[in-house]
Design a protein around this ligand. Sequence first.
Ligand SMILES: *Cc1c(COP(=O)(O)O)cnc(C)c1O
Length: 377
Amino acid sequence: MKRKTKLIHGGIPGDQTTGAVSFPIYQVSTYKQQDVGVHKGYEYSRTGNPTRFALEELIKDLEEGKRGFAFGSGMAAITAVMMLFSSGDHIILTDDVYGGTYRVMNKVLNRIGIESTFVDTTDLDVIKAAIQPNTKALYIETPTNPLLKVTDIKASAQLAKEHDLLTIVDNTFSTPYWQTPLALGADIVLHSATKYLGGHSDVVAGLVVVNDDQLADDLHFVQNSTGGILGPQDSWLLIRGIKTLGLRMEAHEANTKKIVEFLSENESVKKIYYPGLETHPQHAIAKQQAEGFGGMVSFDVGSAEKAAEVLGRVKYFTLAESLGAVESLISVPAKMTHASIPAERRAELGITDGLIRISVGIEDVEDLIEDLKQALE
Ligand SMILES: *Cc1c(COP(=O)(O)O)cnc(C)c1O
């Protein structure tokens, strides 16, 4: 099955019992047992729910893995994956990971003894140097947020394997439509499905896919034990959103390309971060491991004042956190999504006060360019 077909026919398409073309929402907590322990595969909806399972099967197919899992948010998904580890274990992570990932590692999981080091994973030697005797996993986010840095998934997963580390990839920005990390050697792929997979700014969810039966059993044990599951209504919304993922990703990509061209010629723009640019330091790797460069662009307008001015003047770019939806969004990472990262750390990473991040929507690109033009003037 090719990608666009899989979005529609992957997972469990429709309802076997009634022929309903849309998968039903099983709004239920418990299931009748024929005899003690004799049932039709479902006992209690924390453990398993048919609508959630249909979504989990779909993301499993899209990511080409062994088993999928749906959680109540991206952070719940990330936390569940981290619960595969124990006190005293050490994880190496990409340095400019999502702010919430940085926060959960440094303010929550550290308290129960899960240690972490944040390094520039675009450099294999830097990853290698960070490996300790107790290191258990390499966690990469690629492309990153908001600087769109790209890590070579295949090479870093191979390095991880040589040292007996699991490779975990946050694939939120690319989605399985453009990039399938398990096929490149990763062990676990995860998403904030709140973003492109949902695509319509109407659901908060997280998804995980693993490539191994033991990992699948272990993660299901964590999911059932800690309970951060996604409900049936939201599972259904995600199944519906994913059907148009291909159309949306193509539209995001086409619009973004034109906006990047426009930004490149605008004199108020000091620097642009986009993996599709030939001048992007990891452009070649991005091109090799993903089929598209995505709809996220960051650009520096030089100062907090100028950034505030731009934000105040845009009409079609909604000032909001989040990304990956049909509507274009704009934000200043230093003050919003990355505010939980200490100022000095932000400066180290290059997340300046004049850095603007846009999530390009699927509106008419001429309107979007016109809007940015008047805002930057
Ligand atoms: C939003 C986001 C998360 C967290 O997901 P939530 O659904 O907001 O909990 C994790 N990783 C990336 C890359 C994100 O953009």
